[in-house]
Design a protein around this ligand. Structure first.
Ligand code: ZN
Ligand code: ZN
Length: 188
């Protein structure tokens, strides 16, 4: 299959790479689209980035293979799948800092979202994969992961109705939606 591979010096090149297969509990997706995250851009510019690598994790795709034991998903489903999944049982997970969990950091989509096919590991299938409703476009669905990051940030900031908030670094539409959800007024 074709994939976009990051080499040293921020050099990207299309290449033929082995197509993964779905093992027990796993899914194989044929990609419909993948967002370009700020963290992808940071890796492009990072001379210390691990290479070669296939970047991209804001994926939306169709299930083309479902491994033994997969429940809740079948071939033909259009899904989004997050790249990291926490263990739920460690020091960090117990304290609500799942992104510090070792399992979270080590989990990933295979080989990455900028590829024709992506393998979703079993843990990600169980905890971080969702079927996409028909009324969402592929592009909108690719925003599920970045939107989740924004909502989590709002939650962690513990903004209460009546607080004055100054959201930064988010595209305007997501920013105002996140703020409305928290019931906070902007600085005027
Ligand atoms: Zn992202
Ligand atoms: Zn954990």
């Amino acid at each position: 299959m074709r994939a976009v591979v990051l080499h040293g010096g921020g050099h990207l090149a299309a290449a033929d790479v082995p197509r993964p297969a779905a093992g027990p509990g796993e899914l194989l997706l044929r990609l419909r689209g993948c967002g370009l995250c700020g963290s992808d851009i940071a890796k492009l510019a990072d001379p210390g980035a691990r290479v070669p690598a296939v970047l991209g994790h804001e994926v939306v795709g169709d299930v083309v293979e479902a491994g033994d034991g997969v429940r809740g998903f079948g071939v033909g489903d259009r899904v989004v799948a997050a790249h990291h999944v926490p263990c739920g049982a460690c020091h960090y997970c117990w304290r609500g800092s799942e992104s510090m969990c070792r399992a979270f950091k080590e989990s990933n989509l295979d080989p990455g979202g900028f590829a024709e096919f992506v393998r979703v590991p079993a843990g990600n299938v169980r905890a971080a994969t969702f079927r996409v409703p028909d009324h969402l476009t592929d592009e909108e669905a690719s925003f599920v992961e970045p939107l989740a990051c924004c909502l989590r940030a709002v939650e962690r900031a513990r903004v209460q109705p009546g607080d004055t908030a100054l959201p930064r670094c988010l595209p305007t539409r997501r920013r105002s939606r996140a703020r409305r959800q928290a019931g906070a007024a902007p600085i005027t």
